[in-house]
Design a protein around this ligand. Sequence first.
Ligand SMILES: Cc1cc2nc3c(=O)[nH]c(=O)nc-3n(C[C@H](O)[C@H](O)[C@H](O)COP(=O)(O)OP(=O)(O)OC[C@H]3O[C@@H](n4cnc5c(N)ncnc54)[C@H](O)[C@@H]3O)c2cc1C
Ligand code: SF4
Ligand code: SF4
Length: 1009
Amino acid sequence: MNAPLSSQAQAELNPLHLELAARLRRETQGEVLFERGARGRYSTDASIYQIEPVGVLIPRTSADASTALNVCRELSVPVLARGGGTSQCGQTVGAALVIDNSKYLNRVLDFDLAAMTVTVEPGIVLDHLNAWLKPHGVWFPVDVSTSAQCTLGGMAGNNSCGSRSIAYGNMVHNVLSIDALLLDGTAATFAETSRMGDAPPRIRALMETLQDIAARERAEIERMVPNVLRRVGGYNLDIFHPQSSRPYTADGQVNLAHMLVGSEGTLAYTRSITLKLSPLPAAKALGVVNFPTFYQAMDSARHIVALGPCAVELVDKTMIDLARSNPAFRPVIEKALIGEPEAILLVEFAGESQDEQLASLAKLVELMGDLGLPGSVVEMPEAAAQKALWDVRKAGLNIMMSMRGDGKPVSFIEDCAVPLEHLAEYTSQLTDVFSKHGTKGTWYAHASVGTLHVRPILDMRRDGAAKMRAIAEEAGELVRRYKGAFSGEHGDGLVRSEWVAWQFGPQLTRAFEAIKDAFDPDRLMNPGKIVRSTKMDDRTLFRFKPDYRVIPLTPVLDWSAWNVNNDPASDTVSDAGTGGDPAQGLAKAVEMCNNNGHCRKFDAGTMCPSYRVTRDEQHLTRGRANTLRLALSGQLGQDAFTSDEMRATMDLCVSCKGCKRDCPTGIDMARMKIEFMSQWRQKRGLALKDKLIATLPRWAPWAARFSFLFNLRNTLPGAAWLSERLLGFSSKRTLPTWRNDVFTDRAASVDAETADVVLFADTFNNYFESENARAALAVLQAAGYRVHVARPATDDAEPNRPLCCGRTYLSAGMVDHAKAEARRVVNALQPFVARGVPIVGLEPSCLLSLRDEFLVMGLGDDAQALSQQAYLFEEFLASELKAGRLDLKLNPLPQKHALLHGHCHQKAFDAVKPVQQILALIPELKVELIESSCCGMAGSFGYEASHYETSMKMAELSLLPAVRKADADTVLVADGTSCRHQIADGSQKEGCLPAVHVACVLQRALIVS
Ligand SMILES: Cc1cc2nc3c(=O)[nH]c(=O)nc-3n(C[C@H](O)[C@H](O)[C@H](O)COP(=O)(O)OP(=O)(O)OC[C@H]3O[C@@H](n4cnc5c(N)ncnc54)[C@H](O)[C@@H]3O)c2cc1C
Ligand code: SF4
Ligand code: SF4
């Protein structure tokens, strides 16, 4: 059910667009989004452009999409189909009705294993399709880097290509047919012309027109279409007279679906696609060739390709160094290196037999000897080592994209393709072009097909547009000299459509216009792309338009690390705080999001739980970052930062910090939410429930003293209902039970002077589950440590109130109060830190805030020093184990299986492995990690009535199904307080064991004989 349009939207939209919205609401079942925030969120893709759409339709059925096309034609409103919105060239932005297929139109419609085909709706994500296909031993092999988020409709729209395109080809070589709708409502299955005999008259006429154009232009096609494997610009008119050495079809037939592939939604709307599948290769071998010069790497590529590999991928020196500088990746990359190479090529062989792949690897070694580089190949026959190295290659790109400052790697000549024999000259000369314009670029990717990715660093707010054009023109000259393709992978869009005429000449450009008009005489399908385009450097279409301004704002946290300038020529970054951001770094941090859409992934990582359950752009890291950016730059109207729209956008962010870790550019939405909450609270105040939660550390001592009274909420009939009505706590849950055996009241503690470990008990483990803190104390003591229990400093204004990290205040945006709590902690622990005594805590979200938020609250050097010595219980034990100092005698448990759920913040700080390491010390215990995202409870989030459903959906994604399978032989381990509660609330199986903190598991292993 669509909510009524707000008065603001009604005032902003013109009568035509209001009518469009009204008709879509009436005539479709889809979600109709015409509010300013939604339009803003759909105004960008992963390019440098930003154009506000007319509105957005999220169709529930293909019939909805069909109706929308009809309405748009009647009202003369342009239409723009969209999948993941990850395009780099601006083909997925426009002043049109955006039809987002990714939420509902994502099913597998038909699968024929014998025929090796699958038919899918356009919104299905590639990784989801391949996960579905895997049990059948087949896959769809166009393995683009954005496989976790891009859709098959978008891949077909762009004629996408993967790392292994040398073996499998581009999209166009793997699409068998497309069921499409023209704007006039004509539906047809575009396939081999021989199968289209019964097509409607409109389509038969269209086919004749296309054949006529192709026949007329034959000589020009042969003259102008480059003969390279990678060429995705313009329309595929050469399906009638193929120019590439890789044929479009095995039997030479013309397949009209291939005219739609790469057409960027400008010709027709794709309802479903039938794809050709490939067998999953049974065996793979990887050879890493080390080169003393970049030029030699490029020069060798053509010889290596002759050996028949399925991938030859470049990693240059900059990327090697980036990987080396990361402690997690260093050991992996080091294993692939011989000395100090200037570049490496990852050469993969794949097929049915391992022996054959090993034989190919041996040939590679021999070849490199013949080329004068004996001993340059690191052989990697094992799957685990191969996967680790491919992951490093991906991560290197991510680090490059996380560059701070206004200069950013910009994609506009990123995928020019040249024949392999010219690759060395081309890359060398393009590098010279970059330095001439005071910039540089890092090279990587598909050496196998002459498509090397490179993004020169440009400042698109200042002189970037002029430099972009100059570099593009000079790169174009090189591409022409070497008979390459200007657009070899990512399409035309806004950045390259003007280059279509340059590439194909005026005559073929006119032919392309005729093709467009034959399909779409109204010119309403994604206009301005491929033909009749705007200029690439039209700054009015940029995300950072000439009038882009950030509204001055004083953030409550320190964002100065983002407030810098970078200079690619000298490779320097200015000092923190000198970047000139009127929002003191907050705006620049938000602007880091480049819309690559990785937050739409569903893999083992955490990011982004709210998207995983809603599939809404609004409840996605990218949607939030875009909304914040638009608000901070005044593009969503006055006071947008504290608007209801912004509140709704941030509402389902569970502050899991998944994005902090998984987002390639390091968007830290949890921290940004603190800023938002702070501004919101100052302007709009807090609800009573939020105040109660925030101030919990203050009243906790009283609640513990009168625990029987406070716990009546869970036991007295009607109390839960009342707490929902009056306060907003979900009546479907019990609240944590107050205990009067508060840990810090009773714990035996050695004197501060003699301590060799300090145990920091957080508010939750102190008042609700003090057995965890007692277990930790017992384990540490059993291991021989003299443990001091952290208490307030003697000069603390409230010496009797236990320490607290201030997390509950942070969540409510009460940053001053959080700071006050943090200061108490820093003061109390400073003497221990000064003596090098480790500080050990139990609750991940609390302890890890000492290493995270404490550092951006202006607490000075003491907080810095504390962060270096603050450990989770399991991290401390694991580090002692590594240092050979851990002396802990553990016995087998009755259970032989431990099922572990990692807290989101543990995952964000790479602190799950230590739990696994420590549990593995228990004899006979098999430890298994649940591949889960956020549990959904997330502090107080899941306790709130308004979030209950979302919270449970998050838990049901993977955690609860895994937990329900646990049997009596299993011990469930979860270190997060809220995770344990969610498991208890959600598992609800007779005899299902409660989850426990790792400290309790170890304590049991101490005493079991
Ligand atoms: C970091 C990064 C890495 C990338 N790596 C690669 C790579 O390795 N290889 C590669 O080829 N590309 C790559 N890309 C580009 C992009 O991710 C791919 O082209 C991807 O396939 C686009 O899919 P999407 O679902 O996001 O499409 P969108 O961007 O949503 O749409 C792409 C085009 O298809 C059209 N379209 C979408 N659905 C339909 C439909 N139903 N009917 C008609 N037209 C439709 C759209 O209008 C648009 O013109 C990369 C991008 C980024 C940001
Ligand atoms: S939030 Fe991060 S992962 Fe998501 S689109 Fe932006 S940069 Fe990519
Ligand atoms: S903190 Fe978590 S919920 Fe919030 S945007 Fe990041 S990944 Fe999504």
